[in-house]
Design a protein around this ligand. Structure first.
Ligand SMILES: [Fe+2]
Ligand SMILES: [Fe+2]
Length: 163
């Protein structure tokens, strides 16, 4: 892969590192706030981001590129209400989609194989954003009603590990 492509992949690797760490930090925060179901959901989301990270690293290695792992910034330890927390998830996923879109726009001109790989991630982002949006919408409906929040928490706690 050319240098620019390698740079873009390393940037995506960094973003997935941030994603997996961010969601783990959010999970710990939600657990602290006693929303154990949301903590569980976020932990599985963190695991999923790690599989994305590993997939990107695998591709760069397969292409004899150089993987450059960076020092990612420390993540906050507090995220506000469940609604605020999941709004941050949604915003982050939108940022991720945008980063994959930019990488795709370049790859599609110079490197069809890289474009195909990135396209898989871009397709996955449809789901990732939709899931986050649904949770945000349902948390908005629940408002500050604690029974509704606990019911939603229970529902999110049902999430099964992928695979
Ligand atoms: Fe991801
Ligand atoms: Fe994601």
């Amino acid at each position: 892969m050319n240098e620019e492509m390698q740079k873009l992949f390393n940037r995506l690797i960094e973003i997935e590192q941030v994603s997996t760490t961010l969601y783990l930090a959010m999970s710990a925060y939600m657990a602290r706030e006693n929303y154990t179901g949301m903590a569980h959901w976020l932990q599985l989301q963190s695991d999923e981001e790690r599989t994305h990270l590993l997939k990107l690293i695998q591709y760069v290695s397969d292409k004899n590129g150089t993987v450059q792992l960076s020092n990612i910034p420390a993540q906050p330890s507090e995220y506000g209400t469940p609604l605020e927390t999941f709004q941050k998830v949604l915003e982050h996923e939108q940022f991720v989609t945008n980063s994959y879109r930019q990488a795709y726009n370049y790859a599609v001109q110079v490197d069809p194989q890289a474009a195909v790989i990135i396209q898989d991630f871009l397709r996955e982002q449809i789901d990732e954003e939709a899931q986050a949006q649904t949770i945000v919408d349902r948390l908005s409906l629940a408002q500050n009603n604690s029974s509704a929040l606990l019911l939603l928490d229970q529902e999110l706690g049902q999430r099964q590990a992928a695979g």
